[in-house]
Design a binder for this molecule. Structure first.
Ligand code: PMP
Length: 414
């Protein structure tokens, strides 16, 4: 599409830089890793994103995995509009929260009780607090390259935007806030065994069962089973961070794929259908320690917000239709099968795919940048960092998938 006002994005970005740090409200949106100004979104429909200069992109970021149904899904739009006309927030219990809680716990049986919050960061932070309250212990374990949001104790050798910081953690996080954080290598069962053989005072182990913030790295079965076994033996709670993988890897999430039951699970993204919504939940006896039943405090003005609940219900109800995940998988294979074949002969680039998630990892950052710009110029938008995961949605059309495959092949042949 030709642009009617080609300079709009640069003038908006310039103004944004003067008002918002780095011009963005979340670091990776700045496109720093690519070395170009950020895309400024105007609207989206299905698999397409349109920027304020009217450039159209096939979107594989999909709001960082939140939009499994694509942009502005008609059913989600209607549900939110209808709820909006009845009121956007009450700060009171609504039936919608009960309905979404029931839908989630039916799909993920490890979630006997759940609390809704507004971001993944809140979910992981609250899950850790309730785990510490339950075990009456402070120490917890996380894994290198896993990202659990931006609460202080998790900002130790984390993935996502934290990977690009000059230090292993963020400025502004006091040493005291991370003194109870133990960070182990991912997918190393022996280091898990070694730690748990010496320390019996660990409150929780939190893990992305499929890591999605250092590229896409599946947890190995041996690693996850060891973690489950060692935590169980020592009365440590196992927390699966399924903010990305929940309802992405099928209705049962990554825990369903592996057949491993965590004590607590953190969810976000898809469960809110693109509105600010996340949750943590798990064993009833642990969750019942939350106020007002127990002594672990956790609260939120907009928690369980009716608009977010309506969007979440409209999303999850569609995901329950027969064959949905099979069709999502098929779309991803249509996109990537030719690329898998092509890359088996190429050096310095790796394609990883799990269900509808994928990453292309380039050994050389400059080559990634060249690839990224090449795709962008052809109207294809990937997350602007090779540490982040690309997502295929149910809205991706055969036409868009074919165009993307072709563009990738053209790059590798060029
Ligand atoms: N956990 C994981 C695995 C994530 O990928 C993210 C964010 N991408 C979070 C937690 C934090 O979620 P939020 O950005 O909603 O705070």
């Amino acid at each position: 599409m030709t642009s009617c006002h080609p300079k709009l994005s640069s003038s908006v970005y310039e103004e944004s830089l003067s008002l918002i740090p780095g011009g963005v409200n979340s670091p990776v949106r700045a496109f720093q890793e690519i070395g170009i100004p950020p895309i400024i979104a105007r609207h989206g429909k299905g698999d397409l994103l349109v920027d304020i200069d009217d450039r159209v992109y096939v979107d594989y970021c999909m709001s960082w995995g939140a939009l499994l149904l694509g942009h502005a899904d008609p059913f989600v739009v209607r549900a939110v509009q209808e709820q909006m006309s009845r009121g956007s927030s009450f700060g009171l219990l609504t039936e919608l929260e009960v309905a979404l809680a029931k839908t989630i716990s039916t799909s993920m049986p490890s979630i006997e009780k759940i609390r809704f919050v507004s971001s993944g960061t809140e979910a992981t932070m609250s899950a850790l607090r309730v785990a510490r309250g339950y075990t009456k212990r402070s120490l917890f374990v996380k894994f290198v390259g896993n990202y659990h949001g931006h609460a202080d104790p998790f900002l130790v050798r984390a993935g996502s935007g934290v990977l690009l910081l000059p230090q292993a953690t963020s400025l502004g996080v006091p040493q005291e806030s991370i003194q109870h954080t133990v960070c182990l290598p991912y997918n190393d069962p022996q280091s898990v065994k070694d730690l748990f053989s010496t320390r019996k005072d660990i409150a929780a182990a939190i893990v992305e069962p499929i890591a999605t913030n250092m590229g896409l790295v599946p947890g190995t079965r041996e690693f996850l089973e060891t973690l489950r076994e060692e935590t169980r033996k020592t009365g440590t709670l196992l927390i699966f961070d399924e903010v990305v993988t929940g309802f992405r890897m099928g209705l049962g999430g990554a825990q369903g794929l592996f057949g491993i039951t965590p004590d607590l699970t953190c969810l976000g993204k898809i469960i809110g259908g693109g509105l600010p919504c996340a949750a943590f939940g798990g064993r009833q006896e642990v969750m019942d320690l939350l106020a007002p039943l127990g002594g672990v405090y956790q609260a939120g003005t907009l928690s369980g917000n009716p608009l977010a609940m309506a969007a979440g219900l409209a999303t999850l109800s569609q995901l329950q239709q027969e064959g949905i995940y099979v069709s999502l998988q098929k779309k991803t294979e249509d996109l990537l099968t030719p690329i898998h074949k092509l890359l088996s002969e190429q050096e310095g680039v790796t394609l990883q795919q799990i269900e509808s998630c994928f990453t292309l990892f380039f050994a050389k950052q400059e080559r990634f940048q060249a690839f990224y710009r090449f795709l962008l110029a052809r109207g294809i938008y990937f997350p602007p960092s090779q540490w982040e995961t690309c997502f295929v949605s149910l809205a991706h059309t055969q036409e868009s998938l074919a165009k993307t495959s072709q563009a990738m092949m053209d790059f590798f042949h060029s």
